[in-house]
Write a new protein. Structure first.
Length: 191
């Protein structure tokens, strides 16, 4: 029996493009203008140190958004939170076999709650950077999870699509695997 920590974006959630790219194309806003927000202000929101709605307000004017901040979040999340059904089927099967599965993500609070609402039935729990105060690139992210789930690092397997994050977990003794595709993910549990 394993305890699995499974990344959200790029693994459990799929999307053909980044939201910033989609918005840039649809509203004819230079990608650089949108990237500025995600490279600065959004990162602060991911650790719960700022509120996304407040941070977005000045950008929405620049981005020619005509609706409210809430309308923008609805547009963003509904176009960007797309569950990977194949991965969810595998996770459901793993849980039936007795494995504990936890979703982990670098995420701000509004999108975290949106994701949680959609995916909660597929996981034993969820850990978001906005709630923990640390991102997956920080050792404290995993240390906090270890405390909460009361499991030894060697009994955990962490899956992520970014090698930097897997290395942080490895440094704590957590077995980590780089996600490539759903077929490889599935094969790793069929042995």
């Amino acid at each position: 029996m394993k305890t699995l920590l499974i990344d959200a974006d790029g693994l459990v959630l799929t999307r053909p493009k980044l939201f910033s790219e989609t918005y840039s194309e649809e509203y004819e806003i230079p990608l650089k203008m949108i990237a500025e927000f995600f490279e600065k202000d959004f990162r602060i929101c991911q650790t719960g140190k700022a509120d996304l709605k407040e941070q977005l307000k000045p950008y929405l004017i620049k981005w020619k958004w005509q609706g409210t901040v809430e309308d923008f979040l609805d547009y963003w999340f509904s176009s960007d939170v797309i569950p990977n059904q194949k991965i969810l089927e595998i996770i459901d099967l793993l849980r039936k076999k007795g494995h504990k599965c936890y979703l982990v993500a670098d995420q701000e609070k509004y999108r975290a709650r949106y994701i949680e609402n959609i995916l909660k039935k597929h996981f034993d729990g969820m850990f978001f950077s906005c709630d923990l105060g640390y991102k997956k690139s920080e050792q404290e992210f995993f240390e906090t999870i270890l405390e909460k789930i009361k499991t030894k690092p060697e009994n955990i397997e962490f899956w992520d699509d970014e090698i930097e994050n897997t290395q942080v977990a490895v440094n704590l003794g957590i077995k980590s695997k780089l996600y490539i595709d759903s077929e490889t993910f599935e094969k790793s549990f069929s042995a």
